[in-house]
Ligand binder design. Sequence first.
Ligand SMILES: [Zn+2]
Length: 89
Amino acid sequence: MACLAIVGLALWLGRTIPFAFPAGAVLILALLVYWHSRTTGYRCPICSAEFAISAWADFLSPHMLTTKYVKCPACGQREWMEARMRSGS
Ligand SMILES: [Zn+2]
């Protein structure tokens, strides 16, 4: 009976692990985006408000190397803004 259980477990793992790799990659990507959104801030060039964006907005917004097209929460303007590291708070 124990042998059957181990064979069954091995078969289950063999079927499960190929799906675990993309799931792991997605999880790591999500963590990176979350970390980026938490450590990056933006300054609005129009009203000079400083703000951070949500991980979801970070993921969806187009970006160049150091600039990102984001909407300012203070004045509502969409603009390319330079990403700045936020000092940990
Ligand atoms: Zn603004």
